[in-house]
Design a protein. Structure first.
Length: 75
């Protein structure tokens, strides 16, 4: 049994599909396999990227957010 997670990443006007899959091992619970899937997606930054591109962000808002993140990193 495979657990697949599909998401569409929209950058620069192009839509790209990325598939992350986890094989459920014999005797392994589905909950444990889902935890492994979430861990893989966190390492790749899949969910973070998906949430960031959920809504359109104006270029000025991107610059403002980037500058604020830079200020927080300096301290």
């Amino acid at each position: 049994m495979d657990i697949l997670a599909r998401y569409f990443n929209q950058k620069e006007g192009s839509v790209r599909e990325t598939v992350v899959s986890v094989r459920v091992k014999r005797g392994e619970s589905v909950e444990k396999a889902l935890r492994r899937l979430k861990k893989i997606m966190d390492k790749e930054g899949t969910l973070k990227d998906l949430r960031a591109h959920r809504y359109f962000e104006k270029p000025s808002e991107k610059k403002r957010r980037k500058a604020a993140r830079s200020r927080m990193r300096d301290y």
